[in-house]
Design a protein around this ligand. Sequence first.
Ligand SMILES: CC(C)(COP(=O)(O)OP(=O)(O)OC[C@H]1O[C@@H](n2cnc3c(N)ncnc32)[C@H](O)[C@@H]1OP(=O)(O)O)[C@@H](O)C(=O)NCCC(=O)NCCS
Length: 182
Amino acid sequence: MTVEPTPTRDSGAEELRTERLLLCRPAPEDLDAIFALHTDPVACEHNPSDLVETRKEAELLLLRWSHQWDRYGFGYWTVRRQDAPEPLGFCGVKIVGFRRNAVLNLFYRFFPSAWGVGYASEAATAAVDWTRVHRPDDVVIARVRPENVASQRVALRAGLIRASDFDTPGDDGADWFYISAG
Ligand SMILES: CC(C)(COP(=O)(O)OP(=O)(O)OC[C@H]1O[C@@H](n2cnc3c(N)ncnc32)[C@H](O)[C@@H]1OP(=O)(O)O)[C@@H](O)C(=O)NCCC(=O)NCCS
C-alpha cells in the first residue's frame, strides 16, 4: 500500500520566477497549448503514449493536473518567458507510486520551437529546487528513454543523478532512472 502524501500549502508554488521564466499553475486558457503540445509527434517522439487525439483528452489531462494542485498544493507549471505570453511548455512534479513509496515524478515537455536555449534546464532546476525547500522528505525521480539525450541532460542539470539500479521496462520502452541525491 502506498502511503498517502501530505499536502503542501501556502508555499508560493502557484507562481515561480527564474532568471528568464515565469512558472504558473495551469489555467483553463492553457488548454490550447496542452492540446497542441500533446498532438505534436515531435514533442512526444520518445513518449508516444502521452499523445492525445482529441481536445476532450487534453481537457482530461488538464483536469488531472488541476486535481493534483487542488489536492496537494503543487503540480505541473505552465512555463512562459517573463516577457511573452505564449506558453513555451510545461514542467513540474507529480506524485506517483514507486516501489510502494510515494515519490515526485519530474516532468518537462516544451514546444520544439523553444528547444536548445536552456529553458527546460532552467524550469526543471526551479522545480527540483522548489521540492528541496517545500518537500524535503520526498524523493524526486525522472524516467527517461535511453535515446532521449536532451532529457537526460536536463535531469542532470536539475540536480538529479543517474540511478541505473532502478531502470525498468516502461510504457514506451526502457526507462532510465534519475533520482534526487541524498
Ligand atoms: C527534453 C527537452 C525538454 C529539452 O529541452 P531544451 O529546452 O532543449 O533543453 P535545454 O536547452 O535546457 O538543453 C539541455 C541539454 O540538452 C542538450 N540538448 C538539447 N537538445 C539536444 C539533442 N537533440 N541531442 C542531444 N543533446 C541535446 C543541450 O545541449 C543541453 O546540454 P548541456 O546540459 O550539456 O548544456 C525537450 O527536448 C523536449 O521537450 N522534448 C520532448 C519532451 C520530452 O522528451 N520530455 C522528457 C520526457 S522524459
